[in-house]
Write a protein that binds this ligand. Structure first.
Ligand code: S3P
Length: 429
Protein backbone atom coordinates (compact mmCIF):
# COMPACT_ATOMS: atom_id res chain seq x y z
CA UNK A 1 0.00 0.00 0.00
CA UNK A 2 1.16 3.51 -0.79
CA UNK A 3 -0.07 6.49 1.21
CA UNK A 4 0.14 10.15 0.29
CA UNK A 5 0.44 12.66 3.14
CA UNK A 6 0.01 16.35 2.29
CA UNK A 7 1.25 19.12 4.56
CA UNK A 8 -0.07 22.49 3.42
CA UNK A 9 0.78 25.69 5.28
CA UNK A 10 1.58 25.57 8.98
CA UNK A 11 0.16 22.59 10.82
CA UNK A 12 0.23 21.91 14.52
CA UNK A 13 -0.50 18.80 16.55
CA UNK A 14 -2.69 18.93 19.63
CA UNK A 15 -4.82 16.58 21.71
CA UNK A 16 -4.99 13.99 24.46
CA UNK A 17 -5.02 10.32 23.47
CA UNK A 18 -3.80 6.81 24.21
CA UNK A 19 -1.45 4.72 22.10
CA UNK A 20 -2.16 0.97 21.65
CA UNK A 21 -0.93 -1.64 24.10
CA UNK A 22 2.74 -2.45 24.50
CA UNK A 23 3.90 -4.97 21.91
CA UNK A 24 6.47 -6.73 24.11
CA UNK A 25 4.03 -7.04 27.02
CA UNK A 26 1.15 -8.16 24.76
CA UNK A 27 3.20 -11.03 23.30
CA UNK A 28 4.26 -12.15 26.75
CA UNK A 29 0.71 -11.96 28.15
CA UNK A 30 -0.51 -14.38 25.46
CA UNK A 31 2.50 -16.67 25.78
CA UNK A 32 2.54 -16.89 29.59
CA UNK A 33 -1.26 -17.19 29.60
CA UNK A 34 -0.96 -20.18 27.26
CA UNK A 35 1.64 -22.02 29.34
CA UNK A 36 -0.05 -21.20 32.68
CA UNK A 37 -2.59 -23.38 34.43
CA UNK A 38 -6.09 -21.87 34.37
CA UNK A 39 -7.59 -18.82 32.74
CA UNK A 40 -5.72 -15.61 31.92
CA UNK A 41 -7.55 -12.40 31.06
CA UNK A 42 -5.70 -9.72 29.13
CA UNK A 43 -6.96 -6.14 28.88
CA UNK A 44 -5.50 -3.64 26.43
CA UNK A 45 -3.74 -6.15 24.16
CA UNK A 46 -2.10 -4.70 21.06
CA UNK A 47 -4.13 -5.97 18.09
CA UNK A 48 -1.24 -5.38 15.66
CA UNK A 49 -0.26 -8.12 13.23
CA UNK A 50 2.68 -9.37 15.32
CA UNK A 51 0.57 -10.13 18.41
CA UNK A 52 -2.21 -11.67 16.30
CA UNK A 53 0.44 -14.03 14.91
CA UNK A 54 1.41 -15.02 18.46
CA UNK A 55 -2.25 -15.86 19.19
CA UNK A 56 -2.50 -17.84 15.96
CA UNK A 57 0.66 -19.86 16.78
CA UNK A 58 -0.69 -20.86 20.21
CA UNK A 59 -4.06 -21.84 18.73
CA UNK A 60 -2.12 -24.18 16.43
CA UNK A 61 -0.49 -25.65 19.56
CA UNK A 62 -3.95 -26.50 20.89
CA UNK A 63 -4.55 -23.53 23.21
CA UNK A 64 -8.09 -22.07 23.32
CA UNK A 65 -7.91 -18.30 22.97
CA UNK A 66 -10.87 -15.98 22.53
CA UNK A 67 -10.24 -12.42 21.39
CA UNK A 68 -12.61 -9.48 21.18
CA UNK A 69 -10.56 -6.48 20.17
CA UNK A 70 -8.15 -5.63 22.96
CA UNK A 71 -9.69 -8.13 25.40
CA UNK A 72 -8.37 -11.68 25.29
CA UNK A 73 -9.09 -14.80 27.34
CA UNK A 74 -6.68 -17.68 27.29
CA UNK A 75 -7.46 -21.16 28.63
CA UNK A 76 -3.95 -22.02 29.73
CA UNK A 77 -2.88 -25.62 29.18
CA UNK A 78 0.31 -25.55 31.26
CA UNK A 79 3.55 -26.53 29.49
CA UNK A 80 2.37 -30.16 29.43
CA UNK A 81 -0.87 -29.41 27.61
CA UNK A 82 0.70 -27.99 24.42
CA UNK A 83 -0.02 -30.27 21.43
CA UNK A 84 2.19 -31.13 18.47
CA UNK A 85 0.94 -28.82 15.69
CA UNK A 86 -0.28 -30.26 12.38
CA UNK A 87 0.67 -27.06 10.61
CA UNK A 88 3.75 -24.91 10.30
CA UNK A 89 3.67 -21.94 12.71
CA UNK A 90 3.93 -18.65 10.81
CA UNK A 91 5.21 -15.75 12.92
CA UNK A 92 4.92 -13.21 10.09
CA UNK A 93 7.25 -10.29 10.84
CA UNK A 94 7.63 -10.96 14.56
CA UNK A 95 11.08 -11.60 16.01
CA UNK A 96 9.68 -11.70 19.53
CA UNK A 97 7.21 -14.45 18.56
CA UNK A 98 9.75 -16.73 16.90
CA UNK A 99 12.50 -16.33 19.51
CA UNK A 100 10.32 -16.63 22.62
CA UNK A 101 8.35 -19.50 21.06
CA UNK A 102 11.63 -21.37 20.56
CA UNK A 103 12.26 -21.00 24.32
CA UNK A 104 8.82 -22.40 25.13
CA UNK A 105 9.04 -25.19 22.55
CA UNK A 106 12.53 -26.16 23.79
CA UNK A 107 10.77 -28.09 26.54
CA UNK A 108 7.97 -29.55 24.39
CA UNK A 109 8.61 -33.20 23.47
CA UNK A 110 7.39 -32.92 19.87
CA UNK A 111 8.28 -31.44 16.51
CA UNK A 112 7.41 -27.89 15.48
CA UNK A 113 8.41 -25.94 12.37
CA UNK A 114 8.43 -22.13 12.37
CA UNK A 115 8.51 -19.75 9.43
CA UNK A 116 8.04 -16.02 8.90
CA UNK A 117 8.21 -13.35 6.22
CA UNK A 118 11.32 -12.30 4.22
CA UNK A 119 12.54 -10.08 7.05
CA UNK A 120 12.29 -12.88 9.65
CA UNK A 121 14.06 -15.31 7.32
CA UNK A 122 17.07 -12.98 7.30
CA UNK A 123 17.26 -12.33 11.05
CA UNK A 124 19.71 -14.33 13.20
CA UNK A 125 18.19 -17.24 15.13
CA UNK A 126 21.52 -18.71 16.26
CA UNK A 127 21.55 -16.28 19.20
CA UNK A 128 18.68 -18.31 20.73
CA UNK A 129 19.31 -21.67 19.04
CA UNK A 130 22.84 -21.96 20.49
CA UNK A 131 21.92 -21.72 24.21
CA UNK A 132 18.73 -23.76 23.72
CA UNK A 133 20.77 -26.54 22.07
CA UNK A 134 23.16 -26.41 25.04
CA UNK A 135 20.14 -27.01 27.27
CA UNK A 136 19.18 -30.09 25.24
CA UNK A 137 16.72 -28.93 22.54
CA UNK A 138 17.18 -30.20 18.99
CA UNK A 139 17.00 -27.25 16.62
CA UNK A 140 17.70 -27.15 12.91
CA UNK A 141 17.18 -24.53 10.26
CA UNK A 142 18.54 -22.91 7.16
CA UNK A 143 22.31 -22.28 7.00
CA UNK A 144 23.29 -24.82 9.67
CA UNK A 145 20.41 -23.99 11.92
CA UNK A 146 21.05 -20.24 12.09
CA UNK A 147 18.03 -18.91 10.18
CA UNK A 148 14.31 -19.63 9.72
CA UNK A 149 12.60 -21.73 8.49
CA UNK A 150 13.56 -23.41 11.71
CA UNK A 151 12.41 -26.62 13.33
CA UNK A 152 12.61 -27.72 16.94
CA UNK A 153 12.11 -30.93 18.89
CA UNK A 154 12.19 -30.17 22.58
CA UNK A 155 12.26 -32.01 25.88
CA UNK A 156 14.74 -33.24 28.50
CA UNK A 157 16.29 -29.85 29.27
CA UNK A 158 19.10 -29.17 31.74
CA UNK A 159 19.62 -25.70 33.25
CA UNK A 160 22.65 -23.68 32.09
CA UNK A 161 24.69 -20.61 33.04
CA UNK A 162 24.78 -18.53 29.90
CA UNK A 163 26.74 -15.33 29.26
CA UNK A 164 24.91 -13.77 26.33
CA UNK A 165 27.13 -11.89 23.86
CA UNK A 166 24.24 -9.48 23.12
CA UNK A 167 21.96 -7.42 25.36
CA UNK A 168 18.72 -8.88 24.02
CA UNK A 169 15.47 -9.40 25.88
CA UNK A 170 14.44 -11.92 23.24
CA UNK A 171 17.51 -14.06 23.96
CA UNK A 172 17.19 -13.66 27.75
CA UNK A 173 13.46 -14.46 27.64
CA UNK A 174 13.87 -17.55 25.43
CA UNK A 175 16.46 -18.97 27.84
CA UNK A 176 14.33 -18.18 30.91
CA UNK A 177 11.25 -19.80 29.33
CA UNK A 178 13.30 -22.91 28.58
CA UNK A 179 14.88 -22.70 32.05
CA UNK A 180 11.42 -22.86 33.62
CA UNK A 181 11.02 -26.32 32.10
CA UNK A 182 14.58 -27.56 32.81
CA UNK A 183 16.16 -29.64 35.55
CA UNK A 184 18.10 -27.41 37.95
CA UNK A 185 18.71 -23.70 37.73
CA UNK A 186 19.27 -21.45 34.71
CA UNK A 187 21.21 -18.18 34.78
CA UNK A 188 21.53 -15.58 32.03
CA UNK A 189 24.16 -12.84 32.25
CA UNK A 190 23.81 -9.93 29.86
CA UNK A 191 26.43 -7.38 28.78
CA UNK A 192 23.90 -4.57 29.43
CA UNK A 193 20.38 -4.46 30.84
CA UNK A 194 17.67 -5.31 28.31
CA UNK A 195 13.92 -4.95 28.84
CA UNK A 196 12.69 -7.01 31.80
CA UNK A 197 9.01 -7.61 30.91
CA UNK A 198 9.37 -11.41 31.02
CA UNK A 199 10.83 -11.34 34.51
CA UNK A 200 8.13 -8.97 35.80
CA UNK A 201 5.32 -10.91 34.18
CA UNK A 202 6.60 -14.30 35.39
CA UNK A 203 6.32 -12.89 38.91
CA UNK A 204 2.72 -11.84 38.17
CA UNK A 205 2.06 -15.47 37.10
CA UNK A 206 3.38 -16.71 40.48
CA UNK A 207 6.94 -17.71 39.50
CA UNK A 208 10.14 -16.78 41.28
CA UNK A 209 12.82 -14.98 39.30
CA UNK A 210 15.96 -13.63 40.90
CA UNK A 211 17.56 -10.54 39.40
CA UNK A 212 20.99 -9.40 40.57
CA UNK A 213 22.31 -6.62 38.35
CA UNK A 214 22.96 -8.12 34.92
CA UNK A 215 22.38 -11.68 36.18
CA UNK A 216 18.92 -13.29 36.04
CA UNK A 217 18.31 -16.70 37.61
CA UNK A 218 15.30 -18.99 37.43
CA UNK A 219 14.66 -22.37 39.05
CA UNK A 220 13.31 -25.10 36.79
CA UNK A 221 10.00 -26.96 37.09
CA UNK A 222 7.95 -23.97 38.27
CA UNK A 223 4.27 -23.77 37.36
CA UNK A 224 2.55 -20.60 36.20
CA UNK A 225 -0.92 -19.69 37.49
CA UNK A 226 -3.35 -17.87 35.20
CA UNK A 227 -3.93 -14.23 36.11
CA UNK A 228 -5.28 -10.89 34.82
CA UNK A 229 -2.94 -8.63 32.89
CA UNK A 230 -3.47 -4.95 32.15
CA UNK A 231 -1.24 -4.00 29.21
CA UNK A 232 0.02 -0.39 29.37
CA UNK A 233 0.39 1.81 26.28
CA UNK A 234 3.54 1.18 24.26
CA UNK A 235 6.27 3.77 24.91
CA UNK A 236 7.82 2.76 21.58
CA UNK A 237 4.60 3.81 19.80
CA UNK A 238 4.23 6.91 21.98
CA UNK A 239 7.78 7.89 20.94
CA UNK A 240 6.59 8.81 17.42
CA UNK A 241 4.10 11.33 18.78
CA UNK A 242 6.42 12.55 21.55
CA UNK A 243 8.93 13.55 18.89
CA UNK A 244 6.19 14.86 16.61
CA UNK A 245 4.99 17.07 19.50
CA UNK A 246 8.55 18.31 20.06
CA UNK A 247 9.37 19.18 16.41
CA UNK A 248 6.08 20.26 14.80
CA UNK A 249 5.72 24.01 15.60
CA UNK A 250 3.12 25.12 18.20
CA UNK A 251 2.16 21.58 19.22
CA UNK A 252 1.08 20.13 22.56
CA UNK A 253 0.23 16.45 23.02
CA UNK A 254 -0.74 14.47 26.09
CA UNK A 255 -0.40 10.70 25.84
CA UNK A 256 -2.16 8.82 28.62
CA UNK A 257 -1.33 5.45 30.16
CA UNK A 258 2.16 4.97 28.71
CA UNK A 259 4.34 2.18 30.14
CA UNK A 260 7.45 3.70 31.75
CA UNK A 261 9.35 0.57 32.72
CA UNK A 262 12.91 1.89 33.38
CA UNK A 263 14.35 -0.64 30.90
CA UNK A 264 12.39 1.18 28.16
CA UNK A 265 12.64 4.87 29.07
CA UNK A 266 15.89 5.76 27.31
CA UNK A 267 13.76 7.84 24.91
CA UNK A 268 12.52 10.06 27.76
CA UNK A 269 16.09 10.64 28.98
CA UNK A 270 17.20 11.51 25.43
CA UNK A 271 14.31 13.94 24.96
CA UNK A 272 15.16 15.65 28.25
CA UNK A 273 18.85 15.89 27.32
CA UNK A 274 17.93 17.33 23.91
CA UNK A 275 15.97 20.06 25.71
CA UNK A 276 12.39 18.89 25.09
CA UNK A 277 9.55 20.40 27.12
CA UNK A 278 8.21 17.17 28.62
CA UNK A 279 6.15 16.35 31.71
CA UNK A 280 5.89 12.79 33.05
CA UNK A 281 3.11 12.14 35.59
CA UNK A 282 3.20 8.62 37.02
CA UNK A 283 -0.34 7.34 37.47
CA UNK A 284 -0.39 3.67 38.45
CA UNK A 285 2.48 2.47 40.59
CA UNK A 286 0.56 -0.64 41.77
CA UNK A 287 0.66 -2.28 38.37
CA UNK A 288 3.48 -4.77 37.72
CA UNK A 289 4.57 -2.31 35.02
CA UNK A 290 4.71 1.42 35.93
CA UNK A 291 2.50 3.76 33.88
CA UNK A 292 2.43 7.54 33.29
CA UNK A 293 0.67 10.32 31.39
CA UNK A 294 3.23 12.20 29.30
CA UNK A 295 2.79 15.74 27.97
CA UNK A 296 5.11 17.27 25.38
CA UNK A 297 5.24 20.74 23.87
CA UNK A 298 7.24 22.05 20.93
CA UNK A 299 10.71 23.22 21.86
CA UNK A 300 14.15 23.93 20.45
CA UNK A 301 16.15 20.71 20.55
CA UNK A 302 19.92 20.35 20.66
CA UNK A 303 22.14 17.59 19.25
CA UNK A 304 23.62 15.08 21.71
CA UNK A 305 25.74 11.90 21.83
CA UNK A 306 23.88 8.65 22.44
CA UNK A 307 25.77 5.42 23.18
CA UNK A 308 26.69 2.81 25.80
CA UNK A 309 24.26 1.26 28.27
CA UNK A 310 21.31 3.41 27.19
CA UNK A 311 21.20 1.81 23.72
CA UNK A 312 19.22 -1.35 24.65
CA UNK A 313 16.82 0.94 26.57
CA UNK A 314 15.91 2.88 23.39
CA UNK A 315 16.92 0.56 20.54
CA UNK A 316 13.47 0.64 18.87
CA UNK A 317 13.27 4.44 19.15
CA UNK A 318 16.46 5.21 17.18
CA UNK A 319 14.66 5.79 13.83
CA UNK A 320 12.45 8.50 15.35
CA UNK A 321 15.35 9.93 17.42
CA UNK A 322 17.23 10.31 14.11
CA UNK A 323 14.35 12.39 12.76
CA UNK A 324 14.38 14.58 15.90
CA UNK A 325 18.13 15.03 15.42
CA UNK A 326 17.62 16.43 11.89
CA UNK A 327 15.70 19.30 13.55
CA UNK A 328 18.06 19.83 16.50
CA UNK A 329 20.78 22.47 16.76
CA UNK A 330 24.16 20.87 16.15
CA UNK A 331 25.28 17.31 15.61
CA UNK A 332 23.85 14.09 17.05
CA UNK A 333 26.02 10.97 17.20
CA UNK A 334 24.43 7.55 17.76
CA UNK A 335 26.98 4.81 18.49
CA UNK A 336 27.18 1.29 20.02
CA UNK A 337 23.99 0.45 18.11
CA UNK A 338 25.14 -2.25 15.64
CA UNK A 339 22.06 -4.28 16.74
CA UNK A 340 20.08 -1.94 14.47
CA UNK A 341 21.42 -3.95 11.53
CA UNK A 342 19.45 -7.07 12.56
CA UNK A 343 16.05 -5.50 13.28
CA UNK A 344 13.02 -5.71 10.93
CA UNK A 345 15.31 -4.01 8.39
CA UNK A 346 18.91 -2.89 8.66
CA UNK A 347 17.79 0.25 10.45
CA UNK A 348 21.10 2.04 10.03
CA UNK A 349 20.72 1.81 6.25
CA UNK A 350 16.95 2.33 6.01
CA UNK A 351 16.96 5.39 8.30
CA UNK A 352 19.93 6.97 6.48
CA UNK A 353 18.60 6.19 2.96
CA UNK A 354 15.01 7.31 3.56
CA UNK A 355 15.79 10.48 5.55
CA UNK A 356 18.44 11.40 2.94
CA UNK A 357 15.69 11.31 0.28
CA UNK A 358 13.97 14.08 2.29
CA UNK A 359 17.13 16.19 2.40
CA UNK A 360 18.48 15.19 5.83
CA UNK A 361 22.23 15.41 6.39
CA UNK A 362 22.84 11.99 7.86
CA UNK A 363 25.68 9.47 7.55
CA UNK A 364 25.83 5.80 8.45
CA UNK A 365 28.67 4.57 10.66
CA UNK A 366 29.69 1.02 11.58
CA UNK A 367 27.56 1.05 14.75
CA UNK A 368 25.13 3.91 14.34
CA UNK A 369 24.81 7.22 12.53
CA UNK A 370 25.78 10.88 12.61
CA UNK A 371 23.08 13.47 11.99
CA UNK A 372 23.77 17.14 11.28
CA UNK A 373 20.81 19.07 12.63
CA UNK A 374 18.99 22.18 11.53
CA UNK A 375 17.97 20.94 8.07
CA UNK A 376 14.69 21.72 6.38
CA UNK A 377 13.12 18.43 5.29
CA UNK A 378 11.52 18.27 1.85
CA UNK A 379 8.70 16.01 0.69
CA UNK A 380 9.75 12.92 -1.27
CA UNK A 381 8.70 9.44 -2.34
CA UNK A 382 9.99 7.26 0.49
CA UNK A 383 9.65 3.61 1.49
CA UNK A 384 9.11 1.79 4.80
CA UNK A 385 10.81 -1.33 3.35
CA UNK A 386 8.18 -3.29 5.29
CA UNK A 387 9.48 -1.92 8.62
CA UNK A 388 6.71 -0.46 10.80
CA UNK A 389 8.99 1.90 12.70
CA UNK A 390 10.55 3.28 9.51
CA UNK A 391 7.04 3.87 8.08
CA UNK A 392 5.88 5.79 11.18
CA UNK A 393 9.07 7.84 11.36
CA UNK A 394 8.57 8.89 7.72
CA UNK A 395 4.91 9.78 8.36
CA UNK A 396 5.99 12.06 11.25
CA UNK A 397 8.71 13.53 8.99
CA UNK A 398 5.99 14.40 6.46
CA UNK A 399 4.41 16.75 9.07
CA UNK A 400 7.43 19.08 8.82
CA UNK A 401 8.03 18.67 5.06
CA UNK A 402 5.77 21.12 3.23
CA UNK A 403 4.10 19.44 0.26
CA UNK A 404 3.25 15.83 -0.61
CA UNK A 405 5.18 12.94 0.91
CA UNK A 406 4.44 9.50 -0.50
CA UNK A 407 5.19 6.47 1.69
CA UNK A 408 5.45 3.14 -0.09
CA UNK A 409 4.73 -0.08 1.84
CA UNK A 410 2.90 1.92 4.51
CA UNK A 411 0.79 -1.14 5.47
CA UNK A 412 3.73 -2.32 7.64
CA UNK A 413 2.64 0.22 10.27
CA UNK A 414 -0.22 -2.07 11.34
CA UNK A 415 2.38 -4.42 12.83
CA UNK A 416 2.59 -2.31 15.99
CA UNK A 417 0.15 0.64 15.60
CA UNK A 418 -2.98 -0.28 13.60
CA UNK A 419 -4.69 3.12 14.15
CA UNK A 420 -1.59 5.26 13.63
CA UNK A 421 -2.90 7.21 10.61
CA UNK A 422 -6.27 7.83 12.28
CA UNK A 423 -4.48 9.30 15.33
CA UNK A 424 -2.20 11.41 13.13
CA UNK A 425 -5.20 12.81 11.26
CA UNK A 426 -7.16 13.57 14.45
CA UNK A 427 -4.23 15.37 16.10
CA UNK A 428 -3.46 17.62 13.10
CA UNK A 429 -5.03 21.06 12.87
C1 S3P B 1 11.81 -7.11 22.16
C2 S3P B 1 13.16 -6.96 22.38
C3 S3P B 1 14.01 -6.12 21.51
C4 S3P B 1 13.19 -5.15 20.68
C5 S3P B 1 12.01 -5.81 20.04
C6 S3P B 1 11.10 -6.41 21.09
C7 S3P B 1 11.06 -8.00 23.07
O1 S3P B 1 14.72 -6.96 20.65
O2 S3P B 1 14.01 -4.56 19.68
O3 S3P B 1 11.28 -4.88 19.27
O4 S3P B 1 9.81 -7.93 23.09
O5 S3P B 1 11.70 -8.77 23.79
P1 S3P B 1 16.08 -7.72 21.10
O6 S3P B 1 15.77 -8.61 22.19
O7 S3P B 1 16.52 -8.46 19.87
O8 S3P B 1 17.04 -6.63 21.46
Amino acid sequence: MTISLKTEGDIQLSGTFRVPGDKSISHRAVMLGAIADGKTKVHGLLTGDDCLNTIDCFRKLGVQISQEGEYVEIDGTGFDGLKEPHEILDVGNSGTTIRLMLGILAGAPFHTCLIGDDSITNRPMDRVARPLRQMGAKIDGRENGSFAPISIRGGGLEGIDYASPVASAQVKSAILLAGLQAEGTTTVIEPQTSRDHTERMLTAFGCQVEVDGLKTTIKGKQDLKGTTIQVPGDISSAAFFLIAGAIVPNSELKIKNVGINPTRTGILEVLEEMGADILIEETDSNNFEPVADITIKTSVLKGIEIGGDIIPRLIDEIPIIALAATQAKGRTVIKDAAELKVKETNRIDTVVDELSKMGAKIEATEDGMIIHGGTELLPAVVNSHGDHRIGMMLAIASCIAKGETVIENSEAISISYPNFFQHLKELKS
